[in-house]
Design a protein around this ligand. Sequence first.
Ligand code: TYD
Length: 221
Amino acid sequence: MKKGLLIAFEGIDGTGKTSLAIMLKKRFEALSFTIEIFKEPTNITEAGKKIRESYVNDRPSLETELQWFLEDRGWDVEHRILPALEEKKIVFMDRYFFSTACYQGVRNNNDWESILNTNRDKFPEPDLTIIFDLDVKVAIQRIVKDRSKINTFEGQQYLQQVRDLFLEIYNNDQVGNYFLIDSEQSIEDIVEILYNLIHGLIKKEVLVDEEELKEENKIDT
Ligand code: TYD
């Protein structure tokens, strides 16, 4: 591959993104690919830490919250994402700027578009964005079962609005390369579908590069 692949795992809480990213990483590493999983918000930057504290305390104003996510992501892109892509790795983002567009978008009169634009001015577009879609009641049942406590981002009405925005982006955004997955399916089925999808993308990238290589060789000789 010429450069790595950037794949965003997106959707509301409780859809299983984190577990699926880990399962897919294992499948691909068995084929000798190197996969990095980066989670946002990070637990590394000051901004990321402030975001995580705000889950259990009060959320700040929308402007401050957006600023924190941008700062945290700026660090992540510079220090983890771009270097990994340079090394031709496959990067799975456990949340990326589509989460900002939806979770903060709800607070921004549902204007997801301006948030996407701000992020796209600064940060690389994923080669693929997988949107994990799930009924909000089912999602909340799963969250409660796993953690026995929900955070301030996870009220039912709020999550419903966030889910609606993810679907709106999927249906209307012309820039991203999206794949919507029904997260009510079994985890085995989801792994299989996504494994085939990502594998296809890897093969496509490799093929494109082989063609380019041939072209370059032609020019050289
Ligand atoms: P989550 O993936 O649930 O992390 P954890 O498993 O550590 O709790 O993400 C934390 C929350 O952050 C999630 O409810 C959504 C929210 N979030 C935003 O509001 N905007 C963003 O840009 C991102 C990345 C996350």
